[in-house]
Ligand binder design. Structure first.
Ligand SMILES: [Zn+2]
Length: 252
């Protein structure tokens, strides 16, 4: 793994100096690696990440891990809204949905697995704290997107990948799905498109965007924002395997 120091001026202190226990993955969503690195090091842009990995697998270190990089913006996970203070951010070079979304190359994934594996061990990052940007901000983000290979990460001990059983395929209610999404970590204070509180009758507005974010991560073959048997089965399995019975997820 080739490591290049490329310090960015865009960082601050972590709130209360806390030690990070989340990992947030992104794609750069720009035409080239050079464009992305320039922007993430541009003081005027006010954005950064701790690491950037290009498509050849070179890792650029922009911000020290004890500092708060500016990658997640407004978001929520398990009630935490200052995601930047709690997390380490890794940007993967990829043009993204706007400029030609494409698979993440093997060399890039190999470097990510090495880097993320070290971070997960050093900071004791629990499986449900290894997240997509779209998980913490489902209303406005879709990165790193449905082509990202989460199962390979999980096979390397990084993050969560559920294994549904037959019982997980049973029928469901919308209220159950909402409760399970909340237990996984998603924000579920949803509003309908007209601004009123979600009433559980239809998967619309923020509820659909949150279920879509779940599908991008754990059910990438079906990006509808609507429940189906396999989406629900994977959600149930995720909760069963990674959230203890007292209703809270594992925390470091
Ligand atoms: Zn992002």
């Amino acid at each position: 793994m080739r490591l290049v120091d490329l310090p960015s001026p865009n960082f601050g202190p972590r709130r209360g100096g806390i030690r990070p226990d989340m990992l947030v993955l992104h794609y750069t969503g720009m035409r080239s690696a050079e464009d992305a690195l320039d922007r993430l090091c541009d003081e005027e842009a006010q954005v950064s990440a701790h690491y950037v990995i290009d498509e050849e697998g070179t890792v650029y270190r922009l911000v020290r891990e004890d500092k708060r990089a500016w990658h997640a913006g407004r978001g929520c996970w398990r009630g935490e809204t200052d995601i930047n203070s709690r997390s380490i951010g890794i940007e993967l070079v990829n043009p993204g949905h706007e400029f030609g979304y494409r698979p993440f190359p093997i060399a890039q994934m190999a470097s990510l697995i090495l880097l993320a594996g070290e971070l997960v061990r050093e900071y004791a990052i629990p499986p449900l704290h290894v997240l997509a940007h779209s998980d913490v901000a489902p209303d406005r983000k879709e990165d790193p997107g449905e082509l990202f290979d989460w199962p390979s990460l999980a096979a390397a001990g990084i993050g969560a990948w559920p294994q549904p059983n037959g019982q997980d395929m049973a029928s469901w209610s919308n209220a159950e799905i909402r409760e399970l999404l909340g237990r996984v970590g998603y924000g579920t204070a949803w509003e309908k498109p007209d601004g009123t509180a979600w009433d559980g009758t239809a998967w619309d507005g923020a509820a659909a965007k949150t279920l879509l974010a779940f599908q991008r991560h754990w059910r990438p073959a079906r990006l509808t924002g609507q429940p189906d048997t396999e989406t629900v089965a994977r959600l149930r399995a995720l909760v069963r395997e990674y959230c203890p019975a007292n209703g809270t997820t594992v925390s470091a």
